[in-house]
Design a protein around this ligand. Structure first.
Ligand code: ATP
Ligand code: MG
Ligand code: MG
Length: 588
């Protein structure tokens, strides 16, 4: 539906395509499996998959899993599932992998060491099945990364350093404080190679030694002050098992993983600008035979009233502030799915906000309107009453049913109509009645008239209360001549309200959500738990029109005048339905 946007990264790709710089455009999305994906990640996914799709290219999903301490299989599975959901119906036919767990094999091109994936894994993939998209793992490249590290040592571009982690930090200095060289910097190639092999063999404890690049301790860019490439961690890895006790650091693993996969454009967020010289240095130092990937940076998504940080979202989960990563109030893709937000809305949102080089805060209304636009166009209309009060239509006999027709979508007659039954007793929304109406109140009031949508005009005759003064029911007269096909159908009253028949309505639990935080920038400091909205969820027992008894788990409905709703995929059961409100009809 959306036409492809333009932005500075797409301009760069377009120029590379025009110059035939690469046979195929290959991007990647590289999450670390240490938590669930959030809407910020979705921006990056839409950018990377979008560029591949628009250019007949490929986008790889790669688990950036080089830190064994924080990563878990649960996250690998959740991330893969969420990405399949996000791109399904959009990109799954064109991009994605056919062969997971590909281990690159060593080869020699022009006398130079080369590791790359078998071509079948990175080309075409036209046969990939929807939902069958599988990830690559950076940890599958551990052998290649290790072999390249030995190459760097042999070229005199890396050395084993015996400084402790604290000493390493101290020697590195700071942007305004010069670094000083490690005493081990001039160790011989033979000694470094021997020590590195013994590090790998498990001879030394955690933290005893590191492998470092030999770059420039005086560089104004601290990332170039002999950065760490490998450290010792006697920890098993969720994917690689217990084979390794040395693990590569992010900057070292990332650029080489990109190269192994044949990535052309390695797109990341702005905090990596300062890492780019290191990305280029490592690849150039290795003297590789194939074209090198290049890194480009864009601004992260920041959304008002929303927290984006896996670490902080994890705390909300661990401290039971929310009911898990997929709580519908969470900005995670899992939460977004469960809340009923369509993937197309997320992709349209990502397109609408664009890609820039400057950090900014996106208004919540921009996100909410992308959701409303998509749901307004696609969701079937239904009637439901969230906070019911009873109406008795005294001129309709008990047991009598008057069939009316409701349209399923006002803008799309192809979606058809359905019957709704008018009966003697109906429910309306408590808010649609006022005993003492404020000025300009056009809903039901003493002596007043209102139209029941798709049915007829009713007039309030009598308010019945119990001994304690509580409302029991409203007695009204239905003007049946104002129904469709009847002579007075065009008679006008100022208010039209929704309703359901008390005889056929079904009960359902409906969960109404509000924003999780009360301040526009909850992530501004570590006190975000102080800014929680105490009423971010309200649960009501609603009355629904009976056609909703068969609501499909992934169907989305507009409950007229109330918002968009979907079945809660986890808690809803036949006969005990649970609906989530995805979003209201208007911003607050
Ligand atoms: P977080 O800090 O939320 O945990 P991260 O950047 O550490 O995020 P990764 O798993 O490393 O999480 O992210 C994978 C990719 O998603 C990276 O390329 C990263 O730049 C991108 N990304 C993360 N957050 C955002 C965001 N808010 N907007 C756009 N892209 C993002
Ligand atoms: Mg990261
Ligand atoms: Mg992080």
């Amino acid at each position: 539906a959306s036409t492809a946007p333009t932005d500075f990264i797409r301009d760069i790709v377009a120029a590379d395509v025009a110059q035939k710089r690469y046979p195929k455009i290959i991007t990647r999305f590289p999450p670390e499996p240490n938590g669930y994906l959030h809407l910020g990640h979705a921006k990056s996914i839409c950018l990377n998959f979008g560029i591949a799709l628009e250019n007949g290219g490929v986008c790889n999903l790669r688990m950036d899993d080089t830190n064994p301490a924080k990563e878990e299989v649960e996250y690998v599975e959740a991330i893969t599932d969420d990405i399949n959901w996000l791109i399904s119906g959009w990109a799954d036919k064109r991009i994605g992998l056919t062969t997971p767990h590909a281990h690159p094999a060593p080869a020699t091109i022009d006398g130079k060491l080369d590791y790359h994936l078998p071509a079948a894994n990175i080309s075409g993939n036209a046969e990939s099945q929807p939902g069958a998209f599988s990830p690559f793992f950076a940890s599958d490249y551990f052998d290649a990364l290790y072999a390249y590290a030995e190459q760097l040592i042999l070229k005199g571009k890396a050395y084993v350093c015996d400084l402790s982690p604290e000493q390493t930090d101290e020697y590195r200095g700071a942007p305004d404080k010069p670094g000083k060289p490690s005493p081990w910097r001039d160790r011989t190639i033979e000694e470094s190679l021997d020590l590195f092999r013994r590090m790998k063999a498990g001879e030394f404890p955690d933290g005893a030694r590191t492998l470092r690049a030999r770059i420039d301790m005086a560089s104004p860019n601290v990332w170039l002050r002999d950065p760490l490439l490998y450290r010792i961690r006697h920890t098993a890895h969720h994917h690689a098992g217990d084979k390794w006790c040395v693990y590569p650091l992010y900057d070292y693993a990332h650029c080489i993983s990109d190269y192994i996969e044949g990535i052309t454009h390695s797109i990341c967020t702005l905090e990596f600008v300062a890492h780019r010289p290191l990305y280029d240095w490592i690849l150039e130092a290795l003297d590789l035979p194939r074209p090198l990937p290049h890194q480009y940076e864009f601004a992260k998504l920041n959304l008002a009233y929303t927290l984006f940080s896996k670490r902080r979202l994890m705390r909300l989960v661990k401290e039971n502030v929310v009911n898990g990563w997929d709580d519908p109030r969470m900005p995670t893709i899992a939460g977004i799915r469960r809340r009923g937000i369509p993937s197309a809305a997320i992709r349209n949102f990502a397109y609408n906000i664009g890609v820039t080089k400057y950090d900014s805060l996106t208004e919540l209304a921009v996100y909410e309107n992308a959701i409303r636009d998509e749901l307004n166009a696609t969701a079937h209309r239904r009637m439901a009453v969230l906070k019911p009060i009873k109406i008795v239509l005294t001129n309709i006999a008990p047991g009598e049913t008057i069939e009316c027709r409701a349209t399923n979508h006002p803008g799309n007659p192809d979606l058809g109509t359905r019957p709704v039954e008018l009966t003697r007793e109906v429910f309306i929304e408590a808010d649609d009645f006022a005993e003492v109406p404020p000025p300009k109140y056009f809903r039901l009031k003493p002596g007043g008239e209102v139209r029941l949508k798709y049915a007829c005009i009713i007039k309030l005759d009598e308010i019945i209360k119990d001994a304690d003064g509580r409302l029991v029911e409203l007695r009204c007269t239905a003007d049946l001549t104002t129904r469709a096909g009847q002579p007075n159908v065009n008679r006008k009253v100022k208010g039209t309200i929704h309703w359901v028949s008390a005889a056929s309505a079904i009960d359902a639990e409906v969960r109404l959500y509000d924003r999780l935080f009360t301040v526009p920038e909850p992530g501004a400091d570590d006190n975000y738990l102080d800014h929680l909205n105490p009423s971010s969820v309200e649960t009501v027992t609603a009355k629904l029109e009976p056609s909703l008894a068969d609501a499909a788990p992934d169907a989305r409905y507009q409950f007229e005048r109330l918002g968009y709703f979907t079945i809660d995929g986890k808690d809803s059961k036949p006969g005990a339905l649970v609906f989530n409100r995805t979003i209201t009809l208007k911003s607050k």
